[in-house]
Design a binder for this molecule. Sequence first.
Ligand SMILES: [Zn+2]
Length: 382
Amino acid sequence: MRFEISKVLDAIEGRVCTDPSLARAVLDLAEVIRYQDLDGGRPASLLRLGMVIDTLARQLEEDSVPVYAVVHRALLSDADLTSNERMVVRRWADDGLVEVLDNPGDRMLEVADLLGLPVLSRVRFDGLRGRFPWVVEQPGRVLAPVPDAGGPKLVAHVGGGPKPVAGDRSSTGVKLLARQWRCPEPGCALFGGGGGGAFADLARVEGAPAGQPPPSLRNGVPTCPRHGARLSDAGPRPRSEVLAVRIGGLIRRRFVLTEEQPVLVGRAPEGTGAVMLGQWLNDEARRWISRSHIRLELRVGEVIVTDVSTNGSGIRPNGSLVESERVPLAPKQSRVLAGADMVELYPGVQIGRAEALPSGASFTPTSVMAEAPTMAMRLPRP
Ligand SMILES: [Zn+2]
């Protein structure tokens, strides 16, 4: 049982991140964890985060959807959580997967504003409409997870639709996210590489610079939300592209390609940041697709795909699904993936820019809770 819970928590861990390119909604972890009505269970439970993430995935009709969690520091020692759950949240905090704050204030809304993300909360935030007009003006930007017969669902505070709506990044967000930032606090998990000193500016910012969270703005000054310290500008943020894997019409996951790190995609590729497809493939596709099938690189802003497989791939120019327009990509061949172009590893197994790949409803997203130990925790699959 304990082992199974650990597996669920590991699965949930893969769905929390502060990467502005990958997070799809913002939430307050304490609120979700303490949302007892959601399942009628313990006063606090980290598994509720999994339930809310699954709900978000279902309503976005997309798999592997990560959330940006703002965490009140008190939660790290919350006695209503199990010691295992506390340990897990602390690890997320240490690894910068969540944002831990002494006083979250309206940080959740600030993040949503800077990144253009929807907010998952039962709170209406009408009182903050002055600073964040979208909370009342933009339908679908704030949604409440509510219990329902078939598992939780999301209900928009404004507008009727259950589908979370992303807005544009605010102009401030665009400006802040064009740079990378460094916190003077040593070991800062969000804006690492600090420590000050004469050579501070030469030190490489640790972690994934392209995935740094948005700074907090205090009196117009970029500030570390965790330490309240003024952040220094560490140069332009490295270029990146958000790509997505679509299998059978459903986006299975998104990933970020940077100029520093090529990404291998295949049945079971090895290496940093490699994207493994094996778990989503049928037997035939698994036989066809090589362990490492394609390599993706970002060079001077261009996405280059190289076939490294035995059987080859195909390019679907401008995302066209017309068979006669499919261009073969032979083993060892490379090609620039422009605009809405997709590379197809096997019929129906496609990779392209996330913004150009619509996701469909024909498949049910994989539940992050699939390993959950009790039936009560299991979400029904339609
Ligand atoms: Zn900091």
